[in-house]
Write a protein that binds this ligand. Structure first.
Ligand code: BGC
Length: 379
């Protein structure tokens, strides 16, 4: 993408953040001291209270970072932390949360695997007066959740859509009657974030699908047809292989619109298998999370962009929510409308996602202290 495109995108994101009340610190820069707004109290402000953090999986780098950021920040504040990963096994997460309640957690922070599968265990926590904070993924169908810390999930989708629109100059292509082929790889149907991302993406791309500027040869454009259970990289690779064999024997695939860096890796493997070459006929591939490997692939040209989500910032916002429910302080909230879970509208803090590519990764990711140049160079 050209600098101009990123400039437009960043400006749009910044004005969006102003509208929803996010400060400039949310545009991708790290919190000033790594502890953020939550660190107003003494290092023992937590007074030994126990915070249990239930994370979905260690199979993707972002959740490992989320877990360790949360643990570090909470421990610094004097909380005892019980951090557990359920490796994408829904029942295992239910059992972990049951155990957390039984072993005396004062507060639960949950990033769900299946956002609707925890209703009973959430009810148990509520009955025992244990507050719950939803982390990154909304907890559905429950009134037991107090706050929600996340990124602007629809904003992730529009960022991906606008990136595709601008880097392929779809407006001009539409006027000239030109077209690009595209296939979609969307997130897990049990994750509310995945649906919101799809909505944001289609808000930008649907007109181009409707007027034939974007051509999806598999015909799979709905969320139901393109969602991938549990965000599985293997399924994304398999789908991409099937699309390439079934629909792209003659015409090339120009765009892989994927919702996750793991899917971008799956598409990369499928494309390599089908003989596509970086720098020749390699498609535009999108992603989400700006994982270390994805950022390296962006530098190498085998992934085009990703959506950077500063998990340090998310952890800071979540910690203010933990403090609010345990110490009676006021958490930072900037959205009271968008996140209805079927039972209640959960007061939320939305951090701002930022599109990154070859042109701005240094400024956003390296200067922002997320990865060092050395990490990005290492094999
Ligand atoms: C998160 C994304 C992540 C995906 C797969 C979503 O709920 O918001 O950042 O890429 O899960 O782990």
């Amino acid at each position: 993408m050209k600098k101009r495109v990123l400039g437009v995108l960043l400006t749009a994101l910044m004005s969006m953040s102003l509208l929803i009340g996010c400060g400039p610190a949310d545009t991708g820069n790290p919190p000033d001291d790594g502890d953020g707004a939550a660190t107003t109290g003494s290092s023992n402000a937590g007074g030994g209270k126990k915070v249990a953090v239930a994370m979905p999986t260690q199979s993707s780098e972002r959740w490992i970072n989320d877990g360790s950021n949360m643990k570090e920040k909470l421990e610094k504040l004097g909380y005892e932390v019980d951090l557990q990963y359920a490796e994408d096994d829904v029942q295992a997460q239910v059992s972990q949360i049951e155990n957390m309640i039984a072993s005396g957690a004062d507060c639960l922070v949950i990033a769900a695997i299946d956002s609707s599968a925890l209703v009973n265990v959430e009810q148990q926590a509520k009955e025992q007066g244990i507050p719950i904070i939803a982390y990154d993924r909304l907890l559905m169908d429950t009134d037991a959740v107090s706050y929600y810390a996340t990124f602007d999930n629809k904003g992730v989708g529009t960022a991906i859509g606008k990136y595709i629109e601008e880097s392929k100059d779809l407006k001009k292509a539409s006027e000239a009657g030109e077209s690009y082929t595209i296939e979609f790889f969307m997130g897990s149907p049990d994750d509310n974030n995945a649906v919101m991302l799809y909505d944001g993406l289609m808000e930008v791309l649907k007109p181009y699908l409707d007027d034939g500027t974007l051509v999806c040869k598999s015909g799979r454009t709905s969320f139901e047809e393109t969602c991938i259970l549990r965000w599985s990289q293997e399924t994304a690779q398999q789908n991409c292989e099937n699309y390439l064999t079934g629909f792209y024997a003659k015409d090339k695939l120009d765009i892989c619109a994927t919702a996750f860096d793991g899917f971008a890796y799956g598409c990369k493997a499928a494309l390599e298998g089908a003989g596509y070459k970086v720098g020749k006929d390699w498609p535009l591939i999108t992603g989400q999370d700006a994982e270390l490997m994805a950022t390296k692939n962006i530098i190498a040209g085998s992934q085009t962009m990703s959506v950077y989500k500063d998990t340090r910032l998310l952890a800071d916002k979540c910690v203010t929510m933990v403090q609010a429910v345990l110490e009676g302080s006021e958490p930072e909230i900037n959205d009271k409308e968008q996140y209805n879970n079927g039972k209640i509208t959960v007061p939320s803090y939305l951090c701002t996602p930022v599109a990154v590519d070859k042109d701005n990764y240094k400024e956003i990711i390296v200067d922002g202290g997320y990865y060092t140049e050395e990490q990005l160079k290492a094999d």
